[in-house]
Write a protein that binds this ligand. Structure first.
Ligand code: ASP
Length: 348
């Protein structure tokens, strides 16, 4: 009887494994027949937060849309001509860093002490090489400094004076900290300081918080995915606080086999929930699509714990996901014959 039962068990196991294999090959077949890689794709964000149409003037809205289109034009031109996703991400982010509209480079928010400390990171999905800088005050383009760390040093993250010294040695442009000054960001700091409660942080003092970080993910003709993020952090930050943007796996992540991700939002939550990596991990381990994975993190996991923000992402086929759990997010993407630039929640 025992032998009989054992025989049945073995037979059942063999049948089950055959079935599994069939299922697997079916999924793979379906996958490759439906999904065709886009020639190239690029997606950007310029921050999420309390962004409402009624608080925006038509002129200001037009400025945002124009600069996002200009950034996408630049990245798309590089990708269309066979350039690398690394170059596309670098040049696209630099356009947004140079614009006073976003909280990155010129236009960065102020620390409690009234200066600007910038963070940035970059990751290459082909080999998971990565670079980041945190708390730099004189580097004109933090994304270029992050790329230099990735390409020219054995390290992943450099901070403060050391990162600045490295950037100078690499011949990158430096500026006086005053270069980053904008009246709008200065006024935001004053507003928060007036309301300040010493024991707490940012959002409780300023419920209309806008995250203006910029980010970009690109897929080039060779199928390589690169993701990058650049920010001034959060208004009124102190004690050399560093958020998620320069942290690989939190604010930025790229893996050619899954996706590339760049985040914007309340950095402390994005670090603790390893947001950018989580999207990739859900795709890898649960077999979910990019859209479903990004939605699970941004619209289920984060809201449950009060983590506000969003992300932009693309997968190896060039599918795009741009979920956010705030009222708006500056966002857009470009693919061959396709261009989208959006700000508000209800834009389709
Ligand atoms: N995530 C950034 C930070 O926490 C802020 C932002 O997205 O604007 O530093």
């Amino acid at each position: 009887m025992k032998r009989f039962l054992l025989g049945w068990c073995i037979l059942a196991l063999i049948l089950m494994s055959c079935n599994d294999k069939q299922g697997e090959s079916k999924t793979l077949k379906a996958d490759s027949s439906i999904q065709k890689k886009a020639e190239y794709a690029i997606v950007i964000h310029g921050g999420a937060g309390t962004i409402r149409k009624e608080n925006m003037t038509p002129a200001r809205e037009a400025d945002y849309r124009a600069i996002m289109n200009r950034a996408l034009d630049k990245g798309e031109e590089i990708l269309k001509n066979g350039g690398s996703s690394l170059e596309a991400v670098e040049k696209t982010i630099m356009i947004m860093e140079d614009s006073p509209l976003f909280n990155a480079g010129k236009g960065a928010v102020f620390t409690h002490e009234g200066r600007n400390e910038l963070d940035a990171s970059i990751m290459n999905g082909a080999d998971r090489n990565a670079g980041a800088v945190g708390g730099v005050t004189i580097v004109k383009s933090p994304i270029q400094a992050a790329i230099a760390v990735m390409n020219e040093s054995p390290h992943v993250m450099l901070t403060s004076e050391g990162a600045e010294q490295f950037a100078i040695e690499q011949g990158l442009d430096t500026v006086d900290n005053k270069y980053f000054y904008t009246q709008k960001r200065w006024d935001s700091l004053q507003k928060i300081l007036q309301k300040e409660d010493q024991s707490t942080g940012y959002l409780d003092q300023y419920p209309d918080y806008k995250f203006g970080t910029v980010g970009c993910v690109a897929l080039d003709k060779d199928g390589n995915i690169v993701a990058g993020t650049s920010t001034g952090g959060m208004t009124n930050k102190r004690y050399n606080r560093i958020g998620d943007s320069p942290i690989i796996g939190a604010g930025t992540y790229a893996d050619n086999s899954t996706c590339g991700v760049s985040c914007t939002g309340h950095g402390e939550f994005f670090i603790r929930w390893a947001v950018a990596y989580d999207v990739s991990a859900i795709m890898a381990y649960k077999g979910k699509s990019l859209e479903a994975a990004a939605k699970e993190v941004v619209n289920e996991k984060l809201p449950e714990v009060g983590g506000s923000g969003g992300l932009v992402s693309l997968d190896k086929y060039g599918n795009i996901a741009m979920p956010f759990n705030t009222e708006g997010m500056y966002r857009g993407y470009a693919k061959p014959n396709e261009r989208v630039v959006q700000i508000y929640k209800d834009e389709k």
